[in-house]
Ligand binder design. Structure first.
Ligand code: DC
Length: 218
């Protein structure tokens, strides 16, 4: 078993930025599990399947194989051998992933891949159910959160920087909907593991959050 750091939390809490920096500092591999759900979402969207068509998603996901590789330490996600990393950040893909990830067959498809990675390597793995379900024996568990307002503002600035037109209220509503879905689904809902340390990044700098997590690693 590798040394495992599990970071869970709602969308926009800064998990990927923090996890990447912690991994770099520790010399560990960063595993972004959200990217895997997003890759499967690309598969469903490409087949014109509606997020509500759970039976179809459960059926077709068995022929979607996700794998990851690293190029210059950056995770690349492959879907049936094709690199889909460039597509997974689209808004449409995020929305599909948020819905399709509540389907048991979709989660089962990624369970082994995530467990095996943590078995073989020292990892910082982020997602929604890492500390509770995928790596219940992780050495360090973090529940990284921030207020809805902070998360919406961060997303707004990110989109603005990319030159995309956006509306703060719409972003906030989207985040609230996504939180609700992630926290209230029947299977592997987002919740703090009993032994996780809560870190609220609302009033913390990125450096402070990274330092806090590193200080918890023995
Ligand atoms: O972290 P993210 O926004 O890239 O994740 C996209 C969606 O995937 C998110 O809405 C919930 C789902 N997800 C999940 O259910 N379990 C994980 N371990 C990671 C992501």
């Amino acid at each position: 078993m590798g040394y495992n750091i599990a970071i869970d939390g709602p969308a926009g809490a800064g998990k990927s930025t923090i996890a990447r920096l912690v991994a770099k500092e520790k010399g560990f591999i960063y595993v972004d599990t959200g990217a895997m759900y997003r890759a499967l979402a690309v598969y469903f969207l490409d087949r014109g399947i509606a997020p509500e068509d759970t039976c179809k998603i459960a059926e077709v996901c068995k022929s979607a194989h996700v794998s990851i590789q690293y190029e210059n330490d950056v995770q690349q996600v492959y879907l049936n051998g094709v690199n889909v990393t460039g597509r997974i950040r689209e808004e449409e893909v995020g929305n599909m992933a948020s819905k399709s990830s509540s389907i048991p067959e979709v989660r089962a498809q990624l369970f082994k891949l995530q467990r095996d990675l943590a078995k073989e390597c020292d990892v910082v793995m982020d997602g929604r159910d890492i500390g509770t379900n995928i790596l219940p024996d992780a050495n360090v568990k973090i529940y990284l959160t921030a207020s809805v307002e902070t998360r919406a503002k961060r997303r707004y600035l990110e989109l603005e920087e990319k030159g995309e037109t956006c509306n703060l209220e719409e972003i906030k509503k989207d985040i609230e909907d996504r939180d609700y879905r992630d926290m209230n689904r029947k299977i592997a809902p987002l919740k703090k593991a009993e032994d996780a340390v809560v870190v609220d990044s609302s009033d913390m700098t990125i450096e402070q959050v990274v330092e806090k997590i590193i200080s918890l690693c023995k």
